[in-house]
Design a protein around this ligand. Sequence first.
Ligand SMILES: Cc1cc2nc3c(=O)[nH]c(=O)nc-3n(C[C@H](O)[C@H](O)[C@H](O)COP(=O)(O)OP(=O)(O)OC[C@H]3O[C@@H](n4cnc5c(N)ncnc54)[C@H](O)[C@@H]3O)c2cc1C
Length: 463
Amino acid sequence: MGQPRNHNHAIVIGASIAGLCAARVLSDHYQQVTVYDRDALPETPAHRSAVPQDRHVHILMARGANEFERLFPGLLDGMVAAGVAKLDNRPDCIHFGAAGHVLGTGHTLRHGFTAYVPSRKQLEWQIRRHAAAVPNVRIVHRDVDAPRFDGKRQAVTGVLLSRPGDREFIPADLVIDASGRGTRLPAWLREWGYPRPEEQTIDVGISYATQQLRIPDGLITEKVVVAGVSRTQQAGLGMLFYEDGTWGLTTFTVAHASAPQTFAEMCTVADQVLPARMAAAIRRAEPLGNIAFHRYPVSRWRRYDKLQRFPAGILPFGDAVVSFNPTYGQGMTMTAIQAGHLRRLLASQTRHLAYDLGRATAKTTYPVWTMNAIGDLTLHGSEGPAPWWYRRVGALFDQFLGAAETDPVLAEWFLRRFSLLDSLYMVPPASIIGRAIRHNLSAWRVQRHAMSPLRDPDPVLDI
Ligand SMILES: Cc1cc2nc3c(=O)[nH]c(=O)nc-3n(C[C@H](O)[C@H](O)[C@H](O)COP(=O)(O)OP(=O)(O)OC[C@H]3O[C@@H](n4cnc5c(N)ncnc54)[C@H](O)[C@@H]3O)c2cc1C
């Protein structure tokens, strides 16, 4: 903003959340930014065939909302005007269960906490509307066949667009690959004589089933309902109250467990993981349309940051770099954080943009990826190599969440970290660890006392 635009043309492959955020940042530094998407982009909030995950519940973390607003000022007010629920310090609007513990969120939080609850199609449309309004950004419905690589310059010099029977070359100074987790960049790198990035994966074996619902008024006062999976329960659910007055209900299973196929089976999951009043409300709901299904076999982190050689003129971005376990709801927020790195690095006029962006992205990815891996591998039944300390941290967190069930200070600490607000590191300070230990010790003493056969009988009042 307010800086000279030193470069001519940047191209972004993909007009989903990552591509649009990247385009906004590039628009401050390039005369022209063109975003290509293979999908015909709808004029109103609507599902897109090339983004099949958009039918499923997408949680927008509080940190993500802040980051998107920084990129697109006015975005959040626009969403609220469209009917999106804004939860201003309203923990009572959130039912949050994690690893089998329901957090004590029914108390006023000590620190402000604002969350927004848009449907994914609403959020993406609002972001697209703002990006399209930037004067030097053009969003074009075209399929990119491949970037063009110039072997002499060892650089990407533009893209080839698919045309029936032909390919059209569009030159660019920089190409951003925001084509999602199915990106072909690793294969292109090999074609151009570069190594493929090493991939870290976690075999999470997740299956999603989503049903839109109309729930009779007044039956559920919360706007966000989350019940994550646990050691003993391989099914969980997320449910959001949308801007049009309907609900999105997503049930998911992990570790290759079989997933619900019908609404009745989804209701059974609700019975298992929600308080009875909520499960009963879902049973009274009117299902709208068909159930949408999605399989998500592995979380994947492509380690571009570790490559010794990388061509000039191209950057991987968003899910094309790292695709987080979607049940933790972090992907969009992490993409917005990456856009912040890009903004800072372009402003610094670094001569090593790919290297520096890779490093900055890895630095913010590491804590979130690691905590997810600990949850997946030690609590949620995923298979994969795990360092010895994962189990210890997993067990400690189980204890911590147990204490957070009845201690609102611990619940708030967890909720803010889970929302990626205070820090990306889920490492409690000594004061919070001490509080959790004290809390669990006194709960244990009460329980032991209650179970002791030598305990004094209840005093009998002699009247
Ligand atoms: C089931 C599921 C649930 C999720 N839930 C959450 C959640 O609760 N919260 C959260 O924050 N995140 C969630 N995510 C992650 C979130 O969807 C992504 O992080 C987010 O969409 C950013 O992805 P992206 O823009 O990099 O890629 P995508 O959203 O996958 O978009 C890629 C875009 O590139 C376009 N494209 C691809 N190839 C080409 C080509 N050759 N030419 C032109 N265009 C092309 C596609 O049409 C598409 O528009 C979830 C993901 C999944 C799979």
